[in-house]
Design a protein around this ligand. Structure first.
Ligand code: PA5
Length: 438
């Protein structure tokens, strides 16, 4: 076992036969490709090791300005341009109310619901507002439509001051949003050209919204940096990300076509969604790929638990385990004991949750479901930064092991093309620097 900050364990190794050593030479070749390629958007690989102090300083400055002058930040984006921020925000801010160092952050442009945008606008009444629109292409339909609405709202409400209250995060050189920002003097953050959407959470795409939500982005980046240092080796014995990637690849080859990521802390639900996009969009192509699905336990043990235990043997489970959770609650004594729960008196909710985790993992493992456990010490900024980098690196390796490109998404274009035809937008005149990316 390595001494890294994240440990990958297989809980039922006795009947999950995994000979990983046969993948070592392929893993080494892919590792070399990832480290040396100039043709793929791999900027996220070494970004945590580079000096980013100026960027972080500017993000914190603007986040402070927003916190001072707004009650709510509306983040407009979809896919890789919003899932990461929402994931980190929900995992590291209180379940109810806002973080003591932050303000409310809400999301728009991730759906086409008229009711949603209408109600979102109504919710802004009596609140001071800033908007951060995030789109790498600058023309994805959902965020573009939401931004059209929100821009008009901001202009009607704030007049000339709206320019100060709209922050644009986009490609530094091209795209409709880049053009609009230049024309109207919006302040901008760049999405590096060598980092694709679903690998961009540790750029201003994720960092500005979560800094506004009150999260310590320096600690998050420190965690990612530690991961970038620890996960630099090609050896399967020393690199936990490659080990996880190889385990899931071998399980796929053994017929397990579905991976269920599960955890026992409800605040991780949106993180699961980020993970689902990362692996689903990176790996699901050429009629290959592991279907990423997610569960929140113990909630979903009462819905999907039966299938996991006794249904079609198509899935393996990856459990996220954080040793330390900052808050807890002790089960109170009740003299009436009508619910017969006094036997749990003095035990804490987290303790019971942990026992439930152990029991679930054992039941699933004994039932024949391969169970991988990813173990980290603490659910905090540092370990979260580590985990994000870990998954991105594992995902790139995993996709290459499957011999698909981790960085494109040609299949997403198919549905976009259909919508484009149905909405008849072929006749729009565009100059050669912009394109419509519905
Ligand atoms: O991972 C990706 O590249 C996609 O999920 C994009 O993030 C998503 O389609 C949004 O694209 P954009 O940022 O160009 O609006």
């Amino acid at each position: 076992m390595s001494s890294q900050k994240l440990q990958t364990k297989i809980l039922n190794e006795e009947f999950v036969q995994l000979d990983l050593s046969k993948y070592q030479s392929k893993v080494s070749a892919i590792h070399h490709h990832l480290e040396t390629t100039k043709d793929e958007p791999t900027g996220w690989l070494n970004a945590p090791l580079e000096d980013n102090s100026e960027l972080v300083k500017r993000i914190i400055e603007i986040a402070n300005e927003i916190k001072l002058n707004a009650d709510v930040l509306v983040v407009v984006g979809i896919g890789g341009s919003y899932l990461g921020a929402k994931a980190i925000q929900e995992a590291l801010t209180p379940y109810f109310g806002t973080h003591p160092n932050g303000i409310e952050v809400i999301y728009a442009g991730q759906n086409l619901s008229g009711a949603y945008i209408n109600q979102l606008l109504r919710s802004l009444t009596n609140k001071r507002v800033y908007v951060n629109v995030i789109s790498k292409s600058g023309s994805t339909m959902e965020p573009a439509l939401a931004f059209r609405v929100l821009r008009q709202y901001m202009e009607e409400r704030y007049g000339d001051e709206a320019v100060q209250r709209i922050i644009v995060t986009t490609d530094p050189e091209k795209g409709l949003l880049n053009h609009m920002a230049e024309k109207h003097n919006y302040r901008t953050f760049d999405i590096p050209q060598n980092i694709g959407g679903r690998y961009s959470v540790l750029t201003p795409v994720g960092l500005l919204p979560i800094a506004v939500a009150g999260i310590d982005i320096k600690e998050l980046l420190n965690g990612a940096k530690q991961a970038a240092i620890e996960l630099k080796e090609d050896s399967l014995e020393k690199n936990e990300a490659y080990r996880y990637a190889t385990i899931r690849h071998e399980l796929y080859n053994q017929g397990y076509k579905v991976e269920m990521l599960a955890s026992f802390e409800p605040g991780l639900a949106s993180f699961h969604e980020w993970w689902k996009q990362l692996f689903g969009e990176s790996e699901g192509k050429d009629k290959k790929g592991i279907l990423p699905v997610t569960s929140n336990f113990s909630t979903d043990l009462h819905s999907i638990g039966q299938f996991i235990q006794e249904g079609s043997p198509i899935l393996f489970e990856t459990l996220l385990h954080f040793e330390g959770i900052s808050e807890d609650y002790i089960v109170p004594y009740d003299v009436r004991n009508e619910d017969l729960l006094n036997y749990l008196n003095d035990r804490s909710f987290n303790e019971i949750n942990c026992i439930s985790k152990k029991g679930t993992a054992k039941a699933h493992a004994d039932g024949g479901v391969p169970v991988i456990q990813l173990e980290l010490q603490q659910l905090d900024e540092y370990y979260f930064g580590y985990l994000i980098y870990f998954f991105m690196k594992a995902c790139a390796m995993s996709a290459y092991l499957m011999e698909v490109n981790p960085f494109d998404q040609p299949g997403v274009e198919a549905y976009k093309k259909e919508i484009k035809e149905l909405l008849s937008i072929d006749n729009i005149n565009l100059d050669d620097t912009v394109s419509i990316n519905i």
